[in-house]
Design a protein around this ligand. Structure first.
Ligand SMILES: [Zn+2]
Length: 268
């Protein structure tokens, strides 16, 4: 696990598994933890890490309903979890799914002794919308996190924009390590994914840092380059399917598997 301070009010923790990102954002006397690392010792380390950095944890947020982003409750069991309205619907419709997927992962990697993931109560956030944070304002007078829709990877998804820190936390888009993954079985679609990238473009222009769901933080310029590469990949995928070229630097065996699944999903 790596921990990176990208702004005085923003710490990004990157898991040793899939480089899943977890972002702590603070403003005044409040703070949110968005998404989660995956491994038990990483989750166990979070309360001390944020306490030592003087990042209060008032609540948990998630970018979308894939299980590996939903583990914050294992680190902060008494904090409430906020999710976008579409994620709330998805969780409601398949209540046991994240817990089941977590158990499968733990069984595969011989991970033992995790307490059950209690996801029974969560709060649905209106999307688009705003979350107030901190009564005193951030170091640059923050106070509100903006919530934007971000669907296409799955049927649900939101991006969080912290304007005072110029940080966009976007979920499974704009990843420096993963090509666009269209999870058709979770309601993802190529067209929606592309539209989300288009909606992101002006936000990325204003951002100092973009935190992707996998791969941690990147600068605006890198994020803009990834955005262009990902739009080009999606257009090629739509036009020539399996023949589409993968973005440079994201052509490993694992990414070829994601591509093959994207191609299979085109006919679904
Ligand atoms: Zn993910």
């Amino acid at each position: 696990m790596r921990a990176l301070a990208v702004h005085p009010d923003v710490i990004v923790v990157v898991s040793g598994v899939w480089q899943t990102s977890c972002t702590a954002v603070r403003s005044g006397d409040e703070g949110f933890v968005i998404d989660s690392p995956v491994l038990p010792d990483e989750l166990d380390a979070l309360p001390t890490l944020f306490e030592q950095a003087q990042f209060p944890v008032s609540g948990l947020l998630a970018t979308h309903g894939d299980w590996d982003h939903l583990l914050g409750k294992l680190a902060f069991p008494d904090r409430s979890l906020g999710v976008g309205a579409a994620t709330a619907e998805r969780l409601q419709a398949s209540m046991g799914e994240p817990q089941r997927r977590l158990r499968e992962f733990d069984a595969e990697w011989y991970i033992d002794g995790r307490r059950p993931l209690g996801l029974a109560d969560f709060q649905a956030l209106p999307v688009p919308g705003r979350l107030s944070i901190g009564s005193e304002g951030g170091s640059r007078g923050g106070g509100e996190i903006e919530v934007f829709p971000a669907d296409g990877h799955t049927v649900d998804g939101v991006a969080y924009w912290a304007p005072w820190a110029e940080v966009l936390i976007c979920g499974d888009y704009l990843s420096p390590v993963e090509i666009p993954m269209i999870s058709v079985e979770s309601g993802g679609s190529l067209a929606a994914y592309r539209e989300t990238l288009m909606r992101f473009a002006p936000l990325v222009e204003r951002a100092a840092t973009v935190v992707a769901g996998h791969g941690g933080p990147v600068t605006r310029d890198r994020a803009l380059a990834i955005l262009a590469e990902d739009v080009a990949y999606l257009d090629a995928l739509a036009a020539v399917g399996a023949e589409a070229a993968l973005p440079e630097g994201r052509r490993s065996g694992a990414q070829k598997k994601v591509h093959a699944a994207n191609v299979a999903g085109l006919d679904a």
